[in-house]
Design a protein around this ligand. Structure first.
Ligand code: ATP
Ligand code: MG
Length: 481
């Protein structure tokens, strides 16, 4: 590669040093600055072959600079780095014509890769979308984990395209939300978003739902009816639970996708389609293909851009943001303001979430509606999560250990933590309290707050139970569920 001049703007001295070092080693000339105005001056002077800029700088937002740079130097490529790793940052960077967006912290190798692409890629790149009015609207997707950032980057790149997308992921991971975001921020946003769930429609009606039918096409077709393809004309058609589509309907869908036109059931006039297809499923389509229930050729038609949404347990770092987001939604719906304390959040992060984000959303709703205290603590979460468990027997811990083993392990760690000495006196009482607390609160939870039943269950005298509840400050919620 020939040597180029690279302009770097970031208010973080450490990042400037690292980039400078890495790029100089590649043989480039590097100029660094901590503010946007210097960067702008260099660009306006005609300097530099590539710009690498941070978003938040003391004087101006790096994203705001991009359209101005593009105006005076349309061929100058801009790489954006940001620690505000939200979908909105990724979208804005793409929308304003950034060459690439790198969420911080990034891997230096990745940056070098992007720099090389930016310096060598041909200049006939797809034109970025015109800005969409730039509202700082409510973000549709929450979460800043590495896994979600990767999704945001893919989404941002897809916004200017009509490519077919296949979204996979467990139930409740946000597949429909992603499909809607692709429509709402994409080039078809002025069209309609039409969703059809293959699992929710009787098999024999799917083709008629998709393509519409003429009057008298089959028994019960008393009037002409438009199909979802027609309703989505100019917009997006979301084929949800595509894995549940019957084979005959798959064959018809494949033909429509190949030919770009279809006829209604009982109709003869071919109708041209102009829809963007997004499909989703929580099933493993490759397994269905092996079993012969999903057409391989349809799979390849639909799987043009695969997006896999990670289960929530693979990104526990997103849980605090999500919980706050859902709490804020309940406030917007008129419920009192609540917060969760650190221990509560910690409990949420340790749970396995078989129902993923939807389960978390429902839990937060329940907390907001059923608990009166403004601060939600770990005990409440324990009750609620224990409540959820019987409904989801598949969540058994793979490494489940006996209770006494667990206590032993904890105590060993506890003693080991006091290398030279012993812990404070009163260990017996402290440990018993640790065990009593979950035992009592869970017993109360399974008896729906009925203290007489809970006392029987525990084999305790009613007054003793009452005393313990007071001493341990356990919340009793009556008639839950
Ligand atoms: N990243 C996210 N940020 C905010 N809300 C989310 C996120 N992911 C999911 N949700 C919310 O969780 C719920 C479930 O999401 P969605 O319906 O999109 O999941 P799904 O993958 O389509 O599930 P299913 O397979 O059961 O149909 C929705 O209320 C959605 O708004
Ligand atoms: Mg769904």
């Amino acid at each position: 590669m020939t040597a180029s001049t690279i302009l770097v703007a970031d208010d973080d001295q450490a990042i400037r040093t690292v980039l400078n070092h890495a790029l100089v080693r590649l043989g480039h000339e590097v100029r660094t600055t901590g503010n946007a105005s210097t960067l702008w001056r260099w660009v306006a002077d005609g300097q530099g072959d590539l710009v690498i800029t941070d978003v938040v700088m003391p004087d101006e937002n790096g994203l705001d600079l991009i359209p101005r740079i593009k105006k005076i130097r349309p061929d100058l490529r801009v790489i954006v780095m940001s620690a505000q790793n939200t979908l909105m940052t990724a979208l804005k960077a793409a929308e304003r014509g950034a060459f690439e967006y790198l969420p911080k912290p990034f891997d230096l190798k990745e940056l070098i890769n992007v720099v090389e692409r930016a310096l060598t890629a041909s200049s006939t790149m797809p034109q970025p979308q015109p800005p969409s009015g730039d509202t700082d609207e409510q973000l549709p997707l929450i979460g800043r984990s590495g896994a979600m950032q990767e999704i945001y980057r893919v989404l941002a790149r897809l916004m200017g395209t009509d490519l077919t997308v296949m979204i996979t992921g467990e139930s409740g991971t946000g597949k429909e939300l992603v499909a809607r975001a692709l429509h709402d921020y994409g080039k078809r946003r002025s069209g309609t978003f039409v969703a059809i769930n293959m699992a929710a429609i009787p098999r024999e009606l799917i083709e008629s739902e998709l393509f519409g039918h003429e009057k008298g096409a089959f028994t019960g077709a008393t009037a002409r009816s438009t199909g979802r393809f027609e309703q989505a004309q100019g917009g997006t058609l979301f084929l949800d639970e595509i894995g549940d589509m019957p084979l005959e309907a798959q064959t018809r869908l494949l033909r429509v996708l190949q030919e770009g036109e279809y006829t209604t059931i009982g109709g003869r006039m071919p109708i041209k389609t102009d829809v963007r297809i997004i499909a989703a499923t929580h099933r493993d389509l490759r397994t269905l293909i092996r079993q012969g229930t999903f057409r391989e050729d349809l799979f390849y038609r639909l799987n043009v851009v695969p997006i896999r949404l990670p289960p929530l347990r693979e990104r526990p770092e997103d849980i605090p943001d999500l919980a706050r987001h859902f709490l804020a939604q309940t406030v917007a719906q008129g419920l009192p303001v609540k917060i969760m304390d650190a221990a509560a959040i910690d409990r949420l992060k340790r749970y396995r979430w078989p129902g993923n984000v939807r389960e978390l959303e429902n839990l937060v709703r329940r907390l907001a509606a059923l608990y009166s205290q403004p601060v939600i603590g770990a005990d409440v979460i324990d009750c609620e999560i224990a409540d959820a468990l019987p409904a989801a027997p598949q969540v058994e811990e793979p490494h489940s250990e006996g209770l006494s083993f667990a206590v032993e392990r904890h105590l060993k760690e506890y003693f080991a933590a006091h290398k030279d000495g012993l812990p404070a006196n009163g260990l017996y009482g402290r440990v018993l309290r640790e065990i009593e607390r979950p035992m009592i609160s869970l017993s109360l939870s399974v008896t729906r707050g009925n203290q007489i039943r809970a006392a029987e269950l525990l084999g305790l005298n009613r007054n003793t139970l009452r005393k313990k509840i007071r001493e341990l400050d356990i919340q009793v919620i009556r008639g839950l569920k």
